[in-house]
Design a protein around this ligand. Structure first.
Ligand SMILES: Cc1cc2nc3c(=O)[nH]c(=O)nc-3n(C[C@H](O)[C@H](O)[C@H](O)COP(=O)(O)OP(=O)(O)OC[C@H]3O[C@@H](n4cnc5c(N)ncnc54)[C@H](O)[C@@H]3O)c2cc1C
Length: 432
């Protein structure tokens, strides 16, 4: 055994239950924070010891979830969009391959599913959110039967996304409904992307299908500029939209979906194909812990990303309370801010003053070869990267389509999860 390997083994063994920085969740948020923080220390000439930063994640696989929309449209294979978690964690970071089960911020400790306890100096919460398939009566049974059989599908799961493509491609019915639930979800544009892509496929196949978008939300999209453009597109393309209609139950054997309207009415609709996006919310283990607020998410300053009560705790991504949309793109804007502020805190005892502006993006596929690239910040104010080149990003465009389909998955695995992608600043670390 080399001296370096022996000393690493010793360091890992000696400190295996205590870490300077403990990151919960090895999704895009957790991986990019852990790697960017390590890189930041290394770039400043103060390389951290192996195991000073550790990740906790009990999942075997890390999925590029934005790609599930592409799988549902037959553009990618789902197997190509995932890696094992272990393969994404470099050897200088420790991976605890278990889920966290309880958090005790007053004692700086986290209990794992095995029952063992880890302690930390600093904690970064990135465990994502939970998709509540059981909240819609009849959904789990329909998905269990398989989308081809039940004609009910969802791109919001690894198991479901390719079944959606199979059902859409072979669809022989007349009436298709695509739903979006009321409330906060990951990538609020995705329910509609599934609808636009399916509609286009059926048009290409010369199938006459009545397409309806039924949403529990009051508008097509939260940002007025894009909402208006999408409503105009729906009108032009003969897509019926029913807003303020929240899916509450379905019967795949009767092919009926039941909605509750904002006014409290019950509306039943027939379908031949139903694409469902289930309601989503905070993870139970976070919601039921002292680290969350009444909403169940981890409350952090919207600017510095530091916990509002525990100064050695930070959070980003889907698990955080940040009042912006929950996307991987938002994570790319949040990570450099968190890393700067945490690095300052670790080095000087005072949190840094880098400020997150709420940047997020939603690449709205509106058909094969076209995409509306929504980019905005806090206050639902558009903040468009390509405006300076004369693009109006509310107009669907082929170049944006190829960015999303071909470039982003590559950037995600080669740069973002390695902590070398800085949102709007791409590969150039921002100066704060
Ligand atoms: C269908 C779909 C389409 C999307 N489209 C886009 C898009 O076009 N653009 C975009 O930017 N974003 C998109 N998103 C959203 C994006 O994927 C998420 O916002 C992003 O993955 C959030 O990253 P995260 O690291 O916070 O959470 P996650 O990616 O959910 O990762 C959380 C990690 O925490 C782990 N974990 C869970 N519980 C525990 C626990 N108890 N202990 C330890 N670890 C735990 C999980 O195993 C997981 O690895 C889409 C999502 C979906 C589902």
């Amino acid at each position: 055994m080399s001296i370096r390997a022996a000393s690493r083994l010793f360091a890992t063994a000696a400190s295996s239950n205590h870490h300077k920085v403990l990151v919960v969740g090895a999704g895009p948020a957790g991986l990019s924070v852990a790697n960017m923080l390590y890189n930041k220390f290394a770039d400043s000439g103060k390389t951290l010891a192996d195991g000073d930063i550790a990740l906790i994640d009990g999942s075997e696989w890390h999925n590029y979830q934005p790609g599930w929309t592409l799988v549902g449209a037959g553009l990618k294979k789902k197997e190509d969009l995932r890696r094992t978690v272990a393969s994404l964690v470099p050897s200088h970071l420790t991976l605890h391959p278990q889920h966290a089960s309880t958090f005790s911020p007053s004692t700086n400790s986290v209990t794992l599913s095995s029952g063992s306890t880890l302690t930390y100096d600093y904690l970064v919460m990135c465990p994502g959110l939970q998709i509540n398939f059981g909240a819609i009566k009849g959904l789990e049974e329909a998905l269990k039967a398989g989308t081809r059989q039940s004609q009910v599908g969802t791109i919001y799961s690894y198991d479901g996304c390719d079944q959606v493509w199979d059902a859409v491609n072979g669809f022989q019915g007349k009436k298709a409904i695509f739903t979006q639930p009321k409330g906060i979800i990951k990538c609020a544009g995705a329910p509609q992307k599934a609808m636009w892509m399916s509609r286009h496929k059926w048009a290409q196949q010369d199938k006459k299908v009545d397409v309806e978008f039924v949403s529990g939300m009051p508008s097509m999209f939260s940002v007025p500029k894009y909402s208006k453009a999408l409503a105009a597109l729906a009108e032009e393309r003969n897509v019926k939209t029913s807003l303020d209609h929240d899916l509450v139950s379905l019967s795949h054997t009767d092919r009926k979906a039941t909605f509750k309207t904002g006014a409290g009415e019950t509306v039943v609709k027939d379908f031949d194909f139903l694409h469902v996006v289930p309601p989503q919310g905070p993870l139970d283990i976070v919601k039921n812990s002292p680290i969350s607020d009444a909403s169940g998410y981890v409350p952090v300053s919207a600017s510095t990303l530091q916990h509002t009560e525990f100064p050695n705790v930070f959070a980003i991504g889907d698990a955080s309370s940040l009042p912006t949309s929950k996307t991987a793109a938002a994570v790319t804007g949040q990570t450099p801010v968190l890393v700067h502020n945490l690095h300052q805190l670790m080095e000087s005892g005072r949190v840094g003053h880098a400020a997150y502006d709420g940047y997020t993006s939603c690449p709205l596929l509106t058909g094969y070869g076209e995409l509306m690239l929504a980019e905005f910040k806090y206050g639902l104010v558009p903040q468009e990267t390509f405006a300076k080149f004369g693009f109006d990003q509310a107009k669907p465009n082929r170049a944006f389509y190829h960015l999303t389909k071909d470039l982003f998955p590559f950037v995600y695995f080669e740069f973002m999860t390695k902590g070398r992608w800085y949102g709007k600043d791409a590969i150039f670390p921002p100066k704060f």
